[in-house]
Design a protein around this ligand. Structure first.
Ligand code: NAD
Length: 475
């Protein structure tokens, strides 16, 4: 059964009841799955009031109480992964194995936050006079407003919710209207786990209307957003105008540097598989390929061979390795990237077109011989397209990798320790992966630099954005 879509405010699930609703469709079949109710202004006010009231109690909850609830959510996520994952495939499109894998890995995120929230410590600073005590306390910042995207709907939401409530904050989350089922499921699991009412609230609506209203509210003390750079900049500016800290996990344009001493066959296969994960709709997807001249032909052949065998189809089909794009507007965007590249001399060596079938499908695509100023090399494609370019000099390729305003993830394939060290020192990115894909584990920090964002989620840094520092001294 597809999840019954609802708002979740002050511990209550609220359905349409005269509210504006929007149809949720399956991107593989275009079938309507359900109706998502939009929050009215009164609903938003009620969520603000509930989060504000709940904060007065939740801020004093013991870390063990918070930890027990997060652990229960981890357990329920594992138990219900098949059902929640199936619904994610229905409204988001990714293959079922990826959906179920996302829910299970999110259980690990909840467990990590359950452990770490017991270790939010202050410190004592030695005084200048023996009768003085100086203490640094770390307190929850207050009511948080979070806005999460559709590409990893469960993952992006659970990380923000666990960090906020683990720190003792309360939260109002506007999930992705394009893929809402897993967020409602998450609210259900927190409800079942015994989270007090008002600590978590879920709302839906027109994104800019909801974010504008919540960010301006004096009740909200912190903003967290995952999504595109332009929207992130708008929300961060508004948060700044109201002196509210913001964690921003924004887009990237991840460079891949393949050196001629790497295991080329292995790198090509791994990168091709990683490229089509979630149909390339991943903020850390490898998106700009720089291949050493000496191994370019060998890499390209192995990469194209692997990508050409990928089975594209409905994510519920067990054979499917790549699903549709999550919504209609992504398909013409992919076509624009390819047309721009071709207009500038690029050659499409694989794919390049939407698939001729129902649903928002685009074929796995490889483009070569395109200049550095092609859209594909300067803007994040956020889809299954890989642009290939060459390099011959290490300093020059690092300069090219750093030439964009983004700095989220980066990938290096080399067996030289010297090259690996130089690349990890000099790449301007929040994450550098050398010879494998190792980002986004609960215990490791995830975040970008430059236009790709501010702050980290995960790792021991995970609560930093949700705490404020208070200094107390007494004699
Ligand atoms: P978009 O910029 O329209 O939306 C991105 C996300 O932000 C969506 O979930 C949307 O609902 C939300 N959003 C948009 N305007 C908002 C506002 N004013 N207030 C609050 N939320 C708002 O782009 P799109 O077509 O949905 O997605 C494509 C682009 O988004 C990609 O190019 C990619 O860079 C970016 N994106 C990044 C991530 C990520 O994990 N960093 C995830 C999804 C999308």
């Amino acid at each position: 059964m597809y999840e019954k879509l609802a708002l979740y405010i002050d511990g209550e699930f609220i359905d349409g009841e005269g509210r504006k609703t929007e149809d949720i469709t399956n991107p593989a079949t275009l079938e309507v799955l359900g109706q998502l109710p939009h929050a009215t202004q009164a609903d938003l006010d009620r969520a603000l009031d509930a989060a504000s009231r709940a904060f007065q109690t939740w801020r004093h909850s013991s870390p063990t109480e918070r930890s027990d609830i997060l652990r229960k959510v981890a357990q329920l996520s594992r138990e219900q992964a098949e059902q929640i994952g199936r619904n994610m495939t229905l409204d988001q499109g990714k293959p079922l194995a990826e959906s179920i894998g996302e829910i299970k890995s999110c259980a690990d995120h909840a467990d990590w936050h359950a452990e770490e929230c017991r270790r939010i410590y202050g410190r004592i600073i030695p005084p200048r006079k023996p009768e003085v005590r100086q203490m640094v306390l770390r307190e929850p910042i207050g009511v948080c407003a979070a806005f999460t995207p559709w590409n990893f709907p469960y993952n992006q939401a659970i990380r923000k919710i666990c960090a906020a409530i683990g720190a003792g904050c309360t939260i109002i989350l506007k999930g992705p209207e394009d893929a809402p089922s897993t967020i409602v499921a998450l609210a259900r699991l927190f409800h079942e786990a015994g989270l007090p009412k008002g600590v978590l609230n879920i709302v839906w609506g027109v994104p800019h209307e909801v974010s504008d209203y919540l960010i301006r509210s004096p009740i909200v003390r912190k903003i967290s957003f995952t999504g595109s750079v332009p929207v992130g900049k708008q929300l961060a500016s508004l948060a700044g105008a109201h002196m509210k800290p913001a964690t921003m996990e924004l887009g990237g344009h991840s460079p891949v540097l393949v050196f001629d001493d790497a295991d080329i066959g292995r790198a090509a296969k791994q990168l091709a598989r990683f490229k089509i994960r979630n149909a390339g709709q991943v903020c850390v997807s490898p998106t700009r390929f720089y291949i050493h001249d000496n191994v370019y032909d060998e890499f390209l052949e192995a990469f194209v061979n692997t990508l050409s065998t990928v089975k594209v189809g409905d994510g519920l089909d067990a054979e499917t390795e790549m699903g549709p794009l999550a919504h209609e507007r992504r398909v013409p965007t992919m076509t624009r990237f390819v047309e721009d590249a071709v207009g500038l001399g690029g050659k499409v060596v694989l794919g390049g077109e939407p698939l001729d079938r129902t649903g928002h499908f685009f074929s796995p695509t490889v483009v070569t011989d395109l200049p550095e100023n092609a859209m594909l090399m300067t803007e994040e494609p956020f889809g299954p397209i890989a642009p290939m370019t060459r390099f011959s000099d290490t300093d020059d390729v690092i300069r090219r990798a750093n030439s964009l305003p983004f700095g989220l993830s980066s990938y290096v394939f080399t067996t030289s320790l010297q090259t690996a060290t130089q690349a990890s020192n000099q790449l301007e990115a929040g994450m550098v992966n050398i010879n494998h894909f190792g980002s986004a584990l609960p215990e490791t920090p995830f975040g970008g630099v430059k236009d790709s964002g501010m702050g980290s989620e995960g790792g021991s840094e995970t609560f930093d954005g949700y705490l404020v520092t208070k200094f107390v001294t007494h004699v």
